[in-house]
Design a protein. Structure first.
Length: 235
């Protein structure tokens, strides 16, 4: 318990005293409730554990399933609306901000919730869904939706989430389809078509009809390029 309080003092500049933390930090209350509930869960007092988890949810506005495995020094900042599913595994020194969901993606059995590595930070409103892993010391941006594994020491943002930093270095997305969203797929198609047309124009550049007007082939390519530029993609 002293370790949990010390962690909050280190992470939150708004924490002024131990008494304030004990009285006002719902994330700490939810964590301590969970430790009791998890003990009951693993010792087969599961109905009691579930009922007490609902009491904790009502008191703290944080829902942690008693089956979830929580490491040491978890810091839930503000905490309103945080949800941690039954098969979630949260490592040591993790920070969760308000509105975070560690959830599943369907009705599958077994391990269906995320594993969060040591030292990870999950931003406000982020959704980490499915049996995936967020690596050690990685950061998930606020409002992101993460559906794939995140390597260690990475930063992921967006909907759906994509890596923008890895090991402190900027990740350059060479293929826009790596982002895995429809808009990027459409832009990738346009970029490919424009590249092909530029090659064809380069080969035909300088070819003109005797009267100085563009040749029929060059005019056809120009019209095709213009039609691509004017496409209104409905994503």
């Amino acid at each position: 318990m002293r370790e949990d309080i010390r962690s909050i003092l280190e992470h939150d500049p708004a924490a002024r005293s131990v008494l304030e933390i004990l009285l006002c930090y719902s994330g700490l209350h939810a964590l301590w409730f969970h430790r009791v509930n998890h003990w009951l869960w693993v010792h087969d007092f599961r109905l009691l554990a579930r009922w007490l988890s609902q009491v904790a949810r009502w008191l703290t506005a944080i829902e942690i399933h008693p089956g979830a495995q929580i490491g040491r020094r978890l810091f839930i900042d503000h905490g309103m609306g945080v949800v941690i599913g039954e098969t979630s595994i949260v490592g040591d020194d993790v920070t969760l901000y308000q509105g975070v969901t560690l959830g599943g993606t369907g009705k599958e059995k077994g391990k269906r919730h995320p594993t969060i590595g040591n030292g990870a930070v999950i931003g406000a409103g982020a959704r980490v869904l499915g049996n995936i892993r967020v690596g050690n010391n990685s950061r998930v941006g606020a409002g992101s939706v993460v559906l794939r594994d995140v390597p260690d020491n990475s930063t992921i943002v967006g909907v759906p989430g994509h890596i923008v930093l890895r090991g402190g270095q900027r990740v350059v997305i060479i293929d826009p389809k790596q982002i895995h969203d429809p808009l990027s797929a459409a832009l990738a198609v346009v970029a490919s078509q424009v590249k092909d047309l530029r090659e064809r124009v380069r080969r035909l550049e300088g070819l003109h009809a005797p009267d100085g007007a563009p040749s029929a082939d060059l005019q056809a390519i120009t019209d095709e390029l213009q039609s691509i530029i004017e496409i209104d993609y409905q994503i």
